[in-house]
Write a protein that binds this ligand. Structure first.
Ligand code: LLP
Length: 418
């Protein structure tokens, strides 16, 4: 079982595993994110099994969904973590994750973040520029440590995905060009407090074709060979994340197909393979549950105004992303085409366009495939408290994040006397 299969209709009513979404809404209110423990576990195990005994480390990309309970679940399964901030690192540690299985990505690590990560002895820093390498060397020196480093190279591959989430083209801000990376590895003596332990790349997100992964992996292999000839002791090859999921009618490679391909391209080397999947683990393990507040007809359109909005799930507004929207209870009312919109004061506040639904005021809708980059990108825009999060384990829904209160939102603010 994976993804959508955790969310199924029984007698016209949508369930998560064996739990009624209607009951969850009655008990906990809406909007709320609901995740399936078994779907997430299954996705992780599919990745793990596909390596077939090959030395590997799956470093879950925390940014996709950073709830402590989700991280804890993955840590229990043996997952490592890919972090991009000190905050994410603290989450991993709080959730019981292993620093020795944690890699630190991102173009702009601060000195404080580097210190925190060095103190915790993380597995590796994925360094994205010579300037960053030089600072990391100084920070490590000041702490009398040696920082393990992979250079994140930019393989100049077109990932054929949305331009905002494509990262492996030479025009992007990410990574270091191949030749330049080679020169930096060769200048290792300039950085005595850095030890080059790996090579890394990540070409983009929501990739639905295997070819860009193949192309990038082949280029990484060439780099590995060049380094090997020069007697570098590279311990791991990190091929990043990016495997897409089905939101609508995309047909991304399966987890097995993707991992097998990476293994087969690198079959002649014994180094550990690292990958950094986010979306493919959690995306289809979660939904956003929302209730229709009002149906509104204008001369031009039908609107279903729901209680979730772009602050809860920004992907449709930001990337024009498609999320399937399903009624929690099927009925026989005449179907109409609706704009599914939130209460926020922006025309860009929509969750779906032109969706054919049979619905009434008060009905529940499930916004599908919302487990990745949903809650983690949410905000308090319009002073809207962030949604509750629920993890369904077996037949039991567990609250893994309380609904935020207005008090919590304004807690740090002050009126000043002047
Ligand atoms: N590794 C690095 C260095 C990354 O930058 C990312 C994602 C990942 C791994 C995980 O990629 P995934 O396996 O999830 O595709 N907010 C966007 C996606 C941004 C992805 C950023 N980097 C969205 O909602 O589609």
């Amino acid at each position: 079982m994976s993804g959508f299969e955790a969310f199924v209709y029984h007698n016209g009513e949508l369930f998560v595993e064996n739990v009624s979404l209607k009951k969850i809404a009655e008990k906990f209110g809406t909007p709320c994110y609901i995740y399936s423990q078994s779907a997430l576990t299954n996705a992780y195990q599919q990745f793990d099994a596909a390596f077939e005994g090959r030395d590997h480390l799956i470093c879950y990309a925390v940014k996709a969904n950073s709830n402590l309970a989700i991280l804890n679940l993955l840590a229990r399964l043996g997952s490592g973590f890919d972090i991009v901030s000190g905050g994410e690192l603290q989450r991993v540690i709080r959730a019981g994750g292993d620093a020795q299985k944690t890699i630190f990505s991102g173009v702009g690590k601060s000195v404080n973040e580097m210190r925190m990560a060095l103190n915790l002895n993380i597995l590796c820093f994925n360094v994205e520029s010579e300037a960053e390498l030089s600072i990391l060397n100084q920070v490590a020196k000041s702490m009398n440590k040696v920082a393990p480093v992979s250079l994140r190279v930019n393989p100049d591959v077109d990932a054929k995905t949305h331009p905002y989430i494509s990262t492996g083209l030479k025009e992007n801000k990410f990574g270091i060009a191949m030749d330049e990376a080679m020169e930096i590895y060769q200048s290792a003596h300039l950085y005595p407090h850095v030890r080059f332990t790996g090579i890394d790349c990540h070409i983009g997100s929501q990739l639905s074709l295997i070819e860009p992964f193949v192309e990038a992996s082949e280029k990484m292999l060439q780099l590995f060979d060049r380094l090997k000839k020069q007697k570098f002791n590279i311990e791991h090859i990190d091929l990043g994340g990016g495997l897409g999921i089905r939101y609508n009618n995309e047909k991304p490679p399966s987890i097995k197909e993707y991992v097998s391909k990476l293994c087969s391209i690198t079959r002649n080397i014994k180094q550990r393979l690292v990958i950094e999947p986010g979306r493919a683990l959690v995306g289809n393990s979660g939904i956003l549950l929302t209730r229709i507040e009002y149906l509104k007809q204008t001369p031009a359109r039908n609107f279903a105004i729901v209680d979730a909005a772009m602050n809860d799930l920004i992907r449709p507004s930001l990337y024009d992303a498609y999320h399937e929207i399903l009624p929690v209870e099927k009925n026989t009312i005449e179907a109409k085409n609706y704009e599914i919109v939130g209460p926020i004061c922006e025309t860009g506040d929509f969750l779906g366009h032109d969706r054919k639904l049979s619905v009434m005021n008060g009905d529940l809708l499930a916004i599908m495939s919302a487990g990745a980059y949903g809650m983690s990108m949410s905000s308090n825009y319009n002073t809207r408290p962030r949604a509750m999060e629920i993890l369904v384990v077996g037949n039991q829904p567990h609250v893994i994040r309380q609904r935020e209160s207005i008090e919590q939102i304004i807690a740090g603010e002050q009126i000043i006397a002047y």
